[in-house]
Design a protein around this ligand. Structure first.
Ligand SMILES: Cc1cc2nc3c(=O)[nH]c(=O)nc-3n(C[C@H](O)[C@H](O)[C@H](O)COP(=O)(O)OP(=O)(O)OC[C@H]3O[C@@H](n4cnc5c(N)ncnc54)[C@H](O)[C@@H]3O)c2cc1C
Length: 443
């Protein structure tokens, strides 16, 4: 049984109750940056017969950029940078749009999805359009494991704080922005601890050209050299060792009498084998690799819609590409943010831009006009990577001049990790957030 019908002869359902069979549903799966941004862009501008259903598997969402500090700094509580996903935090009073959380989409069908928990008495919801904003999963506890409570996540983060406090020599596997920021946080809190970053590329972040993004494989664009060189020299000046063009030899690590290859505390100083043949002594390994797009729903419905590395393949209108006309994903599925292969960096800033752009595409089409395809900036416009509370590097791109260092952007991000601008301001519900140092909910 389904909660809405696809009839085209509708009376205006906004004048009747919010439940009932006549709404044309626009489903958004995932209430983090990408999903919430598209919801905000749609909520005020949809024709009256349409409503948004925002579905989130956790009872809360969080602001990812702050996690690096809460992994390291004793007592720093990530849960100050979370918000409940509820009707009254997302939508104003009287809104026809609905929040379904905690709830999880478990199956995608051509014009409906299956839910883990019933909504309006049914566990299959029909839709006119379905937007996948299911993001990515990082090694726990960098992002909360699906379905975990805030308390469970807080406990897991505190355990990492304690383990890092107890360690003497820390190996960070992966020199992307999260690995770099965690190294900076450790050095800030514990300047005498030994920290090494092992990274596969010729420099930190992603300076090499890996062949470009295609419909079949997502590749992150290159990072400007100015940014990574600035970070490398600051890290080296702080005594952090950079082991570039190298990786941990996990096969050797699993050999008998070896460390075993599991990240976390090693129970004493161990020798970590590297692919280059080198070795590093460490008693804690922080794994900052292995971000994986949350695309299992698409894999189950139509694996042909995924790139070779698991991203949902989309066109320039964010419409999911399918290989065959019989695919259940043909026509009305869209994807934005970290889960899809849109040709930009997988950042909160990009997810916001994509959410806004898709909302414009959809509302333009619903007005019967033709929408412009999304055209991402060809180059990174701005990027800031912090090294604890007192350092970091930032670049901004200007026409003709190119990239310029921006100390102001480092200070701005240091203030609150952009939580005010990019996280708390998204919540437009009846209950608003107030900007206090502890970021609490205004009653
Ligand atoms: C530690 C860390 C630090 C970062 N720092 C920065 C930074 O400083 N600046 C920056 O711009 N970017 C940063 N990023 C990247 C940025 O956070 C991501 O690009 C952004 O969160 C992507 O947003 P998203 O909405 O696409 O996905 P996500 O944030 O991953 O959210 C996906 C949501 O979908 C939900 N979901 C998944 N599957 C289902 C399902 N089946 N049913 C219902 N709900 C589901 C999840 O619970 C989650 O809430 C950082 C990332 C990490 C991990």
């Amino acid at each position: 049984m389904s909660s809405s019908s696809l009839t085209t002869n509708m009376t205006d359902p906004s004048s009747s109750s919010s439940s009932g069979p006549r709404w044309k549903n626009i489903l958004v799966i995932g209430a983090s940056v990408a999903g919430h941004s598209v919801v905000n862009g749609l909520a005020q501008h949809l024709p009256s017969g349409y409503r948004v259903l925002l579905i989130e598997r956790n009872a809360f969402v969080h602001h990812n950029p702050c996690v690096v500090r809460s992994l390291v700094r004793p007592g720093w509580d990530m849960t100050n940078f979370t918000a409940p996903v509820r009707q009254d935090t997302i939508f104003p009073a009287g809104s026809r749009h609905r929040v379904l959380a905690p709830n999880r989409v478990v199956k995608l069908r051509r014009t409906s999805v299956w839910l883990e928990q019933p909504f309006e008495g049914v566990d299959e919801v029909d839709f006119e359009m379905c937007i996948l904003a299911t993001g990515a999963q990082s090694p726990a506890p960098i992002r909360p494991i699906p379905g975990c409570s805030l308390d469970e996540w807080r406990t897991a983060l505190r355990r990492v704080q304690d383990d890092i406090a107890a360690a003497q020599s820390i190996l960070i596997v992966g020199g992307g922005s999260v690995g770099i920021e965690v190294a900076g946080e450790i050095n800030d809190a514990y300047p005498t601890k030994r920290v090494t970053i092992v990274h596969w590329d010729v420099g930190l972040l992603h300076p090499s050209d890996s062949g470009g993004n295609t419909a079949h494989t997502y590749v992150a664009p290159r990072t400007p050299n100015k940014l990574r060189k600035d970070l490398e020299s600051q890290l080296r000046a702080r005594g952090i060792k950079l082991q570039l063009k190298d990786g941990v030899d996990f096969d050797a690590a699993k050999g008998s009498g070896q460390w075993g290859g599991m990240p976390g505390p090693l129970g004493g100083m161990r020798t970590i084998p590297l692919v280059s043949g080198g070795r590093i002594d460490a008693d804690y390994v922080f794994n900052s690799t292995g971000n994986r797009p949350n695309s299992d729903l698409v894999r189950a419905a139509d694996p042909g819609s995924l790139t070779t590395n698991g991203y949902v393949s989309v066109d320039s209108f964010f419409r999911v590409r399918t290989r065959t006309p019989n695919s259940p994903l043909v026509g009305n599925y869209y994807a934005i943010g970290d889960v899809c292969n849109s040709p930009s960096w997988k950042t909160a800033e990009a997810a916001i831009t994509e959410g806004d752009a898709l909302a414009r595409i959809i509302t333009t089409r619903l007005r019967g006009m033709s929408a412009q395809p999304y055209s991402p900036p060809g180059r990174l416009l701005e990027s800031t990577v912090l090294l604890g509370s007192g350092g970091g590097a930032s670049i901004k791109r200007f026409p003709i001049i190119g990239y310029v260092r921006s100390e102001g952007s480092v200070r701005e991000k240091s203030h609150d990790f952009h939580a005010g601008k990019n996280f708390f301001s998204r919540f437009r519900g009846q209950r608003r957030f107030v900007s206090t140092s502890s970021w609490s909910l205004a009653m």
